[in-house]
Design a protein around this ligand. Structure first.
Ligand SMILES: [Cu+2]
Length: 274
């Protein structure tokens, strides 16, 4: 049901709505891909909502332009057919009015697309005084995570850090909601409705930390620290995968984020540090 409310009219009209219609009876919400999915995953951050809205905005123009160009092509095929050449449109070439129109109209369409595009692009770069910092390190072939803000919580001043490996098929709990190739042994725990800074880097080769429901895909480059922001709006389990070809097990280093309430997050922190 969650999928439905997130699809706007245009998205529904074009194709996303059909996937919502057929998959309305999902048992429970998790941020994972589903079979025969056409549209986006449900957005869990304002950024992903912005991305989906922008997609719908562009699709509107894309369909208009597509239909118009196809119509023009069809007219050309009919009117300029060699055997039945009935074209009597001498003023169509070197016609100043037509040339003004087909220069200005596409320019206006580009402006209407560009303005929200830049707004979205710059808002994705915005870092609002984060309350939590998560450091993500890509390895061949697993992720490791560090929470560097909580040294004072532990007695020996150590940070919270752990590795996150994919669970093998044999280790999955039968009849549970675990996904093959997406479930990990140690999930990332993050609080909802909190501004989170994510710092992404790699230890060996290029990786990419990507979670579709968050609208996040950040390259993990060795020797370089990339930054992105997260504001998760709903609790749940969100899956992603490494999105930069990084070697043999590139497809087997999934990302699993568990978004919980702030109080549950604090409980988890305490259990990790004590
Ligand atoms: Cu990778």
């Amino acid at each position: 049901m969650l999928r439905l409310k997130n699809n706007s009219f245009f998205h529904f009209f074009i194709f996303g709505g059909y996937s919502s219609f057929f998959f309305m009876n999902e048992p429970s919400y998790s941020g994972a891909a589903e079979a025969w999915q056409f549209g986006f995953q449900s957005p869990a951050t304002p950024l992903m909502e912005g991305i989906i809205n922008f997609h719908n905005h562009i699709m509107f123009f894309m369909f208009g332009v597509g239909v118009f160009v196809m119509w023009l092509l069809g007219r050309c095929l009919i009117l300029y057919n060699e055997s039945t050449n009935t074209a009597k449109i001498d003023n169509f070439t070197h016609a100043t009015l037509v040339e003004i129109v087909w220069t200005i109209v596409p320019a206006l369409i580009l402006v209407v697309i560009a303005v929200p595009s830049f707004a979205l692009l710059y808002s994705m770069d915005e870092m609002l005084d984060p309350a939590v910092t998560l450091k993500v390190v890509g390895h061949q072939w697993y992720w490791s995570y560090e929470y560097s803000d909580y040294e004072y919580l532990s007695e020996n001043g150590s940070n919270i850090n752990f590795d996150s490996y994919m669970l093998e098929e044999a280790d999955l709990v039968k009849d549970s909601a675990q996904f093959r190739l997406l479930e990990v042994d140690n999930r990332v725990i993050l609080p909802i409705e909190t501004h989170i800074r994510v710092l992404v880097t790699a230890a060996d080769v290029l990786h990419s930390w990507a979670v579709p429901s968050f609208g996040v895909k950040v390259d993990a480059c060795p020797g370089r620290l990339n930054q992105t922001t997260l504001f998760i709006k709903q609790s749940g389990i969100f899956y992603g995968q490494c999105s930069e070809l990084c070697g043999t097990n590139h497809g087997f280093m999934p990302i699993c984020v568990e978004a919980v309430s702030l109080s549950e997050y604090v409980e988890w922190l305490v259990s990790k540090t004590s």
